[in-house]
Design a protein around this ligand. Sequence first.
Ligand code: 3HC
Ligand code: NAI
Length: 703
Amino acid sequence: MADVVHYERDGAVGVITVDNPPVNALSVEVRAGLVDALARGLADAGAAALVILGAGRTFIAGADIREFGKPLTPPDLNEVIGRIEASPKPVIAALHGTALGGGLEVALGCHYRGAVVSAQVGFPEVKLGLLPGAGGTQRLPRLIGVEPALEIIVRGDPVPALKAHALGIVDEIVPGDLRAGAVEFAARVAAEKRPLRKIGASDEKLLAARSNPAVFETFRTGIERQARGYLAPFKCIEAVQAAVTLPFDAGLRRERELFVECLLSPQSRAQIHAFFAEREATKIPDVPKDTPVRLIKTAAVIGAGTMGGGIAMNFANAGIPVTVVEATAEALDRGLAVVRKNYAATAEKGRLSPAEMERRTALIRGTLDFQAVADADVVVEAVFEDMGVKKEVFAKLDRTCTAGAILATNTSTLDVDEIASATARPGSVIGTHFFSPANVMRLLEIVRGARTAKETIATAAELARRIGKVWVLAGNCDGFIGNRMLAGYLREAEFLVEEGATPAQVDRVIYDFGFPMGPFAMSDLAGLDVGWRIRKGKAHRRPKDLRDSPVADRLCEQGRFGQKTGAGWYRYEKGSRTPIPDPEVEALVAASAKEQGLTRRAVGDEEILARCLYPLVNEGARILEEGIALRPSDIDVIYLHGYGFPRYRGGPMFWADTLGLKRVYEEIAAYHRTHGRHWQPAPLLRTLAEQGQSFRDFKGTGA
Ligand code: 3HC
Ligand code: NAI
């Protein structure tokens, strides 16, 4: 067995070190190693107390997620923790980095906990569609009370050491060196003969909830909206409830049952897929992690419109000074006023201190002088979606910027290579496709042009990480990954309405599937004029022989641009964002259907779901085949973070795998026969279906 847990003595204290990089996950070797090391410590007459700590960057960060779904090899974690808690010698957990999940459960099995001030503790299991399965739901409420425990377990967010100390999770903040401090703490506990605090044996903190069981119902109601569709948050509540209603051992058994129920659910499979997909996306086979990057000290943004302002806020939020260049004083004033308003709104909600708001605002400098970009390490262009304007800007950037500066475009539909051709340094040109609102949405598509240098990609990726984005590499094509797939989704939504569904029905089906809103509510929010202008634009690259529903264009011709004009696919009362079905739209749709000779019919919910979501899968397959996306899971990451695809369904490609590609292919082929060329099945989908394979079996085109 791998030597992943060490035991050694430090004075009168035995030190158990878990050394299982990168995050000291509780693999079977670690679990067995802990049992052995504990036995050594107990047998070591010179050790009056024991310390458990993690080597490297962190204490134990949880169970080994890669072992989930495989048969469990003993000892199981509950047994390990039970032995620690039953130890006749005091055991002290010494926390640094992230003591998460099973890691925190090990720490709660110890009699005392010390932590460095930078440590974080938490139960992130819920984010993997799980609940703490080794006593966390039974011990934490016994330690800190039911309500704070519910907050931590059901929300899954990490708790910084100082807060954990205030709550009573951490007994001592260790100043200076963790190991030395923890050994000293352990020696003190032994010398003072402090009682062994066995959390499992104490009940006092449960008494309040025992006499007021309504606390669980209240909590459940409180999360209902946010946790809509998810299983795990509600199972977490049930598990904590078991701590209050059952004796400790029975509570542990109940927790285990609920854990297994979650583990076997399709939701946790999907959420664990999402966890690994996000990490996989950052690996670019021909751009290794050690590719040199340019240090970004200053940034510039060209254009202070809808996107430019939000992009500038990203830089300021990360402490990077940013210059915003505009064409006119009016546009600049307007853009900067929006930025200030956004910061003020966040400050008003108490999520930003006034000082921090000032600091960030001061990092954003507006100017009309293009020369101001001269010393920026990165420039993001966010001017009008017009090839002529973009090329002019890039030619100017080429003349003005320092060598090696990253020249990025935020274009959503234009050819990054053509934009790069306006410069003599296409290697420095890259697409950074932010999503609206850019200061809120976490997704960034990094678009690689034909001549984009590896250093440029690595620098953009590092910058994305610094500004807190989830990023995915995309190839250069119309709409890149996300919007290219979305086109078919929106097209079918509009066709369905022409054929007889209502916008409200389509939106309800998509909402019930788990999206935060359906296609029509989303279009109204984003603004119908955006797509309208693109459709009318010369640079639009979509084939012209495919039919589009004319309804969206007609709405725009009537000035119905969505929420911002009080009407779009729905109408909106003044000051309200609630969509109200509008008979005028219904009439417009009916007229359009008539013109096209369509006989309207009742459309079933199942058909709506299939016809909206299958185009995502089919286009996703083409995108994979063309090498525009590196892997199916990258596409999933884009849909989870950019389009509100429900995380508990894993993303469109994962979802298609769960249905089975044979079924998906056959249904798409059937739509192809009845609805024509739009539905032509992607060759890759067909091949995988015929071979009985899934997208997860796809290993690239080799291109
Ligand atoms: N099991 C297996 N692998 C894990 C892991 C885990 N619990 N946590 C992280 N890893 C892997 C990652 O996949 C990644 O692998 P890669 O290098 O091959 O891509 C590597 O460790 C490093 O992870 P990150 O890139 O995420 O490193 P960071 O430093 O950014 O973050 C972290 C570290 C905060 C620990 C983050 O990895 C994380 O949140 N991990 C998951 C923690 C978690 O969910 N723990 C609970 C697990 S479930 C559980 O404990 C059940 C128990 O109650 C019974
Ligand atoms: P916008 O019209 O709101 O803003 C563009 C701004 O650029 C205007 O303020 C204009 O004055 C300024 N501008 C034009 N020419 C300029 C020049 N030569 N120098 C300096 N400033 C100049 O446009 P929006 O929506 O912000 O879009 C910008 C880019 O981002 C476009 O390429 C668009 O396709 C893309 N995009 C837009 C999204 C959206 O939801 N609005 C989402 C993702 C990308």
